[in-house]
Design a protein around this ligand. Structure first.
Ligand code: F6P
Length: 359
């Protein structure tokens, strides 16, 4: 096998563990195979730039990346290269520039670390331009198909769990209903996992429709038993009772989920008389030091992605399945959105613990 030159980019929202992937790729590719590794800056934007924006790595200085949050390569979750918003207000397909950037760098393969949206875009560009792509799933939302886990999810669950642990004390001390709103986009994995680990009394996720009456009765029953406080965790994509998404307009005219916690707080106070407070966890779920499990996953995925390239196995994504890293066709992974199955074992666990889903 000849000496290869490979690129790695991170795309989509950041999360804990991205730098640990970069470290693993550098160790295996440079340390074991003696390949060259180029870090592509700012996702596909780095390949659009002229000259392409790259970072070079030194095998002896990458180790601190294991615990560093964010991504040293930079990333973006805006600006789909197929309809890229230009500064003059027009929208342009810039995928040929990305393919040309890959060629200019004389790369043999590209590792793309992203969520389902980024991986779908990267795959389309790779098919169009003959790019040898290997995908690595990352997202706190844990909604990428086929893989049981994506990088960043475990850390986000740990942070949300710690928040619940803290909220329990204030809830009990003040006889309040404390509501924690967490991220996750359309999937309720963070709320479900943290809700169980953090002992929430109510877990609301988009996959299980709720009734206000049911969840307020649950709170009232607790009050009647002398449990004059409750802790609620809610996913950002949970709708109002009548089925409307709660969103807020961010900069650049973008719509983001957020605000369901406030909606619920008002309804709960109206119906139960309880004093309520809302904590919106926001981006603290994405940043910071990766959990040990995310470090393991990131290290395993990084090494496996390099192995896939060594075997010239492209158009695949590495996944975690039954305690193994398995490479699957990217198409399979992005074809299946991984929402919470209402019959999931964790949903049954929560119900067994007396948790109310509002259904
Ligand atoms: O997909 C990851 C995620 O953190 C979602 O859970 C959340 O809805 C969204 O990104 C937030 O995006 P932004 O960082 O653009 O506010």
């Amino acid at each position: 096998m000849g000496r290869k030159r490979i690129g790695i980019l991170t795309s989509g929202g950041d999360c804990a563990g991205l730098n640990a992937v970069i470290r693993a790729v550098v160790h295996h590719a440079m340390g074991n195979y003696d390949w060259e590794v180029l870090g592509i800056c700012h996702a596909t934007n780095g390949l659009m730039s002229r000259p392409p924006l790259v970072k070079h790595f030194d095998l002896d200085t990458v180790d601190p990346l294991l615990i560093a949050g964010g991504t040293i390569l930079g990333t973006t979750n805006r600006g789909n290269p197929f309809a890229y918003p230009m500064s003059d207000g027009t929208v342009r397909d810039r995928t040929d520039e990305i393919i040309e950037g890959y060629r200019q760098l004389e790369l043999d393969a590209l590792i793309g670390v992203g969520g389902d949206g980024s991986l779908a875009i990267l795959r389309k560009i790779a098919q169009q331009g003959g790019i040898n792509l290997v995908g690595i799933p990352k997202t706190i939302d844990n909604d990428v198909g086929i893989t049981e886990r994506s990088i960043g999810f475990d850390t986000a669950v740990n942070i949300a769990t710690e928040a619940l642990d803290r909220l329990h004390f204030t809830a009990a001390s003040h006889d309040r209903v404390m509501i924690l709103e967490v991220m996750g986009r359309d999937a309720g994995h963070i709320a479900l996992n943290a809700g169980i680990s953090g002992g929430a009394h109510v877990i609301l996720i988009p996959e299980i429709p709720y009734k206000l009456e049911t969840l307020c009765n649950h709170i009232k029953k607790r009050q009647a038993r002398g449990q004059n406080y409750s802790v609620v965790i809610v996913s950002e994509a949970v709708c109002t009772e009548s089925g409307e998404s709660v969103t807020k307009l961010e900069q650049f005219g973008e719509c983001r989920l957020g605000g369901i916690g406030r909606y619920l707080a008002d309804k709960i106070t109206d119906r139960t008389g309880a004093e309520t407070r809302v904590t919106t966890l926001g981006h603290v779920q994405r940043g910071g030091i990766p959990s040990p499990l995310d470090r393991l996953l990131a290290s395993s995925f990084g090494v496996a992605a390099v192995e896939a390239i060594a075997e010239e196995r492209y158009d695949c994504m590495v996944t975690w399945q039954n305690r193994q890293v398995v490479a699957v066709p990217i198409t399979e992974a992005i074809a299946t959105y991984q929402a919470v199955d209402p019959q999931d074992t964790l949903v049954k666990t929560a119900r067994g613990l007396g948790v109310c889903f509002g259904d």
